[in-house]
Design a protein. Sequence first.
Length: 318
Amino acid sequence: MRGQGDMRGERDVRGEQDVRGQQRLAERFEEHRGQLKAVAYRVLGSLAEAEDAVQEAWLRLDRSEADGIDNLGAWLTTVTGRICLDLLRSRTARREEPMTEGFDSFVPDPVLRALPRADPEAEALHTDSVGIALLVVLERLEPAERLAFVLHDMFAVPFDDIAAVVERSPAATRQLASRARRRVRDATPAAEPDLGRQRRVVEAFLAASRAGDFEALVSVLHPDVVLRADAGALARGVAASKVVRGARTVATGAFHFRHLAPLARVVLVNDAVGTVAVSDGRPVSVTYVTVADGLITGLYILSDPERLAGLDVSALES
C-alpha cells in the first residue's frame, strides 16, 4: 500500500511535467509570434489590435489540446485570422456608414525605422514591409475579402484553410481573394521603388516646408496628388481630418503642418521614405509619402495623439 508521501511525490512529478510542457508550448508559440503579428497587422492595420489578436491566439492555444495539433504554425495562423475577422466585423458593425468622408481619411498605424546609411536598396526588400498606401486600400475591402487576400496572397495560406475561417466554400473563398486582388491592383498607386530617389524628393519637400516656399512645395507635388490627414477618431469628418486633392490645394493643406517641419527627420515609414516629427522624445506627426516619376503623388499624415503615443520610436535611435 502506497503512503501519502508516495502520492505527493507523484503529484509533484506531474506538476513539474505540466510546468515544463507549458514552458515548451510558450517557446513554440514565440517562434511564430513575428509571423502572427505580421498577419494581424496587415489584416487590421492597427499595431495595438494586432498585439491583442496575437495574445488572444496564445490564450486559445493554451486552452487547447496542443499535442493534437500537427502543424502549429498553420493552426496559429488560421486562429489569428479568425480573431482578426471577428475584430473587423465588430469594427464594421460600429460604423453606420463605413466609408464616410471622415473615415476615408483614416491612416493606418505606421512602423518606423531609421533610414539605412548604407545599401538602402537592400532595406527596401525588407520582408516585413507593407506600404501604408496598401493598408489604406485594404481598409476599404469587406472583412472576408481582406482576410482572404492577406492570408492567401501575402502568406500563401491554402484556400481550403481560409474557407473554414470565413465560412465559405473554397471556390467562394477563391473568388473573395480574386475580387480583393483586382480592387487592390486598381486602387494601389504606382510608386518609386528606389529609396534614394524617394529620399531626394522627400528632402526637397521638407526644405520647401521649412523655408515656407509655397511654389517650391507645389513643384514637388504631382498635379493630382492626394493628402490624407488623420487627426484621430474624434476629429474625423471635420477640418482636422480630411482628404484633399490637387497640388496647390495639398500644398495649402501641408502648410498647416509646416510648424512641424523643423522637428521632422527623414525615416523609413513601413516600406518607404517618410518623415516623423519628434518633440520632447515623442512623435507628434508621421508622414508617409508615395513618390512616382520624381513627384509626390500621396501624403498620409497621422497626427492622432492617442495612436502616436503608442508608436515605438526606439528603432530611430542611432
